[in-house]
Design a protein around this ligand. Sequence first.
Ligand code: ATP
Ligand code: MP5
Length: 500
Amino acid sequence: MTAPGRGTVPRVLTIAGTDPTGGAGLQADLKSIAAHGGYGMGVVTALVAQNTQGVRGVHTPPVGFLTTQLDAVSDDVAIDAVKIGMLGSVTAAAEVTAWIARVRPPVVVLDPVMVATSGDRLLEPDAEDAVRELLAHVDLVTPNRPELAVILGEPVAATWEEALDQGRRLSVRSGVTVLVKGGHFPGDVVRDALVDATGVVDVVEGPRVRTRCTHGTGCSLSAALATLHAHHGAWVPALAEARAWLTESLEAADLLDVGRGHGPVSHLASLWRTAAPRTTPGRVAAEWWDEIAVVRAETDTLPFVSALADGSLHEDAFSWYLAQDALYLRDYARVLAHASALAPTPDEQAFWASSAHGAIAAEVELHASWLGDGQLFDARPAPTTIAYVDHLLGLAARGGYGPLVAGLLPCFWMYVDLGERLLAGLGPSHPYARWIETYGDPAFRASTDRAIEIVTTLAASAGPAEREAMLEAFRRSAQHERDFFAAPVLARPAPERVRV
Ligand SMILES: Nc1ncnc2c1ncn2[C@@H]1O[C@H](COP(=O)(O)OP(=O)(O)OP(=O)(O)O)[C@@H](O)[C@H]1O
Ligand SMILES: Cc1ncc(COP(=O)(O)O)c(N)n1
């Protein structure tokens, strides 16, 4: 989706009553205007305490305040289109008529709201004449089947053809284009027709959507038409586009799960379908974990990991691995300390500092308890150790906090994952139980969860380039983890032994 250029977003004003549940009236109009690429503005005629089940009360502010609202908009903003919905009273209708006559907005659509879907009246009976007078000042009127009859002072049309005929006569009488709406006629196909005074009829058909959620369809359609006319400059393409949108919005309506009566349509369903999915820390975590699925599977099947799991790992190979781990931890601790230095918050600074302390303490512990004081072992860093450490030191040198902490994450995450699984299958006399317990430890899990939280929260709010750089650092560290586990040679020839 490209950003709209200057002057390409029509400024559309709705003059309507309210619906605090957001399905009809002014709230629905604003969503509809936005869904069609318009800038929505709203002047309130009446406050309606209603929900999807019915109307509980109507509060009409003094009509003088309606005028103040209308003037506040027109004194400041160039209006491209107006939609008029619920007027409620004679005085409100007369006031809006006077304002329209004065301001002469380029396009005016009148939805002559009289009765809600629930059956509650939204227009005082004596205001019907005032609505008829307003007709002379509008470009399109969108009555439903009963409203068409009331405006003409005739019985409700029994058939679609009768409704079309009523629409034609209303257009001749008022000089206004009439949208005859077929929502109230039975059948699998729903028809709407634009009828003008010359007798031209343009019918747009669509499937009837099987849903109870039709609250506010008339409001939403008329607001869509006002906005789309500002885009297209004509009613027929505006209606075709609005109808296709309304069908999609009705199809998605049940998913909203709003209210227990006639729910609202899903005004933004089409945008939500095509918009990029929202990035959340949880989604980043799931995607990144999935991203290294192959590397994790390769790690799990390494001979070293299998032998460690069943306890058959030769002591020499384990010692060699531990020595590499100790060498790695020295630099890993330095890089964690670097992350602490770059951290944007005291909390994160403390976390990385404490992790740095944990890593170097683990190195000291490895020496003391596993490698033995004065024990000889091959202490030169293996190529895999050098490569992993160089990758992390490179991230630290480049100075970006995001990629750096993303690169630090696999050492937490892959270890805790492996440690927990090894711990779950640990037999009673496993020779490396104590070492495995370090990584399956709940405290290490808690640190890992915090590291995941920090990194994924950062990635979720980062721009695409930064997020990709973070993912790349994470991916490469995961590969280094795998290679680190692949490095020990299980049946080792007598190694060259030096003292650390
Ligand atoms: N179930 C449905 N499936 C498809 N389109 C529908 C359905 N119900 C209504 N519509 C369409 O919604 C629009 C409004 O129709 P309707 O004739 O119900 O007007 P309304 O009574 O003014 O609406 P409201 O429910 O807001 O009072 C029309 O375009 C109509 O064709
Ligand atoms: C403020 C206001 N305006 C219009 C309607 C009609 O919508 P519906 O007929 O779908 O209830 C309404 N219920 N409330």
